[in-house]
Ligand binder design. Structure first.
Ligand code: ZN
Length: 302
């Protein structure tokens, strides 16, 4: 692999960059999102705290899905009793990313903070992998706790997988457009065999301290490439990068899929959905609207 220096290639956005810290053998993943995230968030008129929270959820989904081998769709969902009762993010194994949030404007105005427990309320973070055959469905679920989605995920790893994980995430609009970044370092059982256990603890603590030194500005800075950020964090210990995976904003909805969905419903129920002579179906992910007039409905039920 080429030597890692403080590269600043700004085109290196919308990717997952796996890496390894040479001294300790600890593995990690960095996610950088620029245009893809801006496209996802800009299709809706989200209040600032909702957009930021959904941006963080998108980073989390990208980090988590990249750690799994699957062929299908990874989906992350939060549900709760707060002003943001639902967020859904999904990502295909080829890197197509989409997501949406539901929110209650009135209750959002009354919220006093931006902690997940404030915005989502009492609730759950869940993720699944759908490989199409329903036989290989990986599911993780954890109660929401702490201030951030990163806290919730760390909690999940400790509780369910007994893996230590350090995660930092940020989403924001440094130059008007939405961006997000995140880094996760995991302590996996097979990664550190060669090292004595006392050193392992030191390595882990050191990796966590360095991870914690990543600032929101650095995570979001469009002028600081993914490799440049890793170099800043871990250059003293040596950091090796592996082939990155590309991400893009892409919705899987289509007129044919909507027609199939309508066709599976009782016809009188669909007729009741008509307004101004047509049935209108809106995709929650990308906000595309699909209209079906009488002739088109006739074709759906033909
Ligand atoms: Zn769509």
């Amino acid at each position: 692999m080429p030597g890692l220096d403080e590269g600043t290639d700004p085109s290196a956005d919308d990717l997952v960059q796996p890496f390894q810290i040479e001294v300790s053998g600890l593995r990690g993943r960095l996610v950088r999102l620029g245009p893809a995230l801006d496209e996802i968030l800009s299709r809706h008129d989200y209040p600032e705290p909702v957009a930021r929270l959904l941006g963080e959820a998108v980073v989390l989904a990208a980090i988590l899905s990249s750690a799994l081998k699957y062929d299908g769709v990874f989906s992350l969902q939060t549900t709760g009793d707060g002003p943001v009762p639902l967020m859904v993010v999904d990502i295909t194994s080829t890197g197509d990313l989409r997501g949406y949030a539901r929110f209650d404007t009135g209750r959002l105005g009354a919220a006093t903070g931006t902690a997940v427990t404030e915005l989502i309320g009492d609730g759950l973070l869940a993720f699944t992998v759908d490989q199409g055959d329903f036989t290989d469905r990986y599911q993780g679920i954890v109660e929401l706790s702490g201030d951030s989605l990163a806290d919730c995920l760390q909690h999940y790893f400790r509780q369910s997988e007994q893996i230590d994980a350090g995660i930092v995430i940020a989403a924001g609009r440094p130059n008007g457009a939405w961006r997000a970044g995140g880094v996760m370092v995991q302590r996996l059982p097979d990664a550190e065999r060669k090292v004595p256990s006392s050193d392992r603890e030191d390595d882990w603590r050191r990796a966590m301290i360095l991870l914690g030194s990543a600032t929101t500005d650095e995570l979001l800075d469009p002028g600081l490439a993914a490799n440049g950020l890793l170099y800043r964090l871990y250059h003293e210990d040596g950091v090796r990068v592996f082939a990155p995976a590309r991400l893009r904003a892409a919705c899987r909805c289509s007129r044919d899929r909507v027609a199939d969905m309508l066709g599976a419903l009782p016809r009188d129920e669909v007729e009741d959905m008509k307004e101004d002579g047509a049935v209108s179906v809106q995709c929650e992910f990308c906000n595309s609207t699909y209209l079906f007039d009488d002739a088109q409905l006739e074709a759906v039920f033909a």
